[in-house]
Ligand binder design. Structure first.
Ligand code: CDP
Ligand code: MG
Length: 138
């Protein structure tokens, strides 16, 4: 069993797609072991996206991710990290394959509905940013 961090980004919440995205995770028999609706602060955004803070597009990403509530989740299952990355699809919704969350619902490079950790190291680091171990119900 692996754990990964999944975020339903502000566009997902605003477009009322939370239920449809969560349904896909449940259809795949993944376990949601922690979940909360919350607002990302600029400080939290900089920690979560530390690898991107220096990029030219970071200020726009921060404005987007802090602009409205998100849903943060810890999802567990066999090979959950890679499974969630492939269910999310390519970063840019215009390039993401049909059948993926981004491919089916996003037409944007930035507003791509979901975040999913990209490696075991990222998953561990990112989960610890959003959740205390006592909030995770395994
Ligand atoms: O989320 P993912 O790991 O697929 O992509 P990333 O390259 O790590 O970028 C993180 C997030 O930054 C993306 O999911 C987009 O929301 C956003 N982004 C952006 O706003 N502008 C870009 N040129 C690239 C990414
Ligand atoms: Mg990434």
């Amino acid at each position: 069993m692996q754990r990964t961090l999944v975020l339903l980004k502000p566009d997902c919440v605003r477009r009322r797609l939370m239920g449809r995205v969560i349904a896909r995770l449940e259809d795949k028999d993944l376990n949601i072991v922690a979940m909360k609706l919350m607002r990302v602060t600029p400080e939290l955004a900089k920690r979560h996206y530390v690898e991107h803070v220096q990029k030219a597009w970071y200020p726009e990403l921060e404005a987007f991710i802090t602009g409205a509530p998100i849903v943060a989740m810890v999802v567990s299952g066999p090979e959950a990290i890679q499974v969630l990355r492939s269910m999310a699809g390519a970063t840019n919704g215009l390039k993401a394959n049909p059948g993926t969350i981004r491919g089916d619902f996003s037409a944007s490079q930035q507003m791509n509905l979901v975040h999913a950790s990209d490696s075991p190291e990222s998953a561990q680091r990112e989960i610890a940013i959003f959740f205390g171990e006592e909030e995770i119900c395994e």
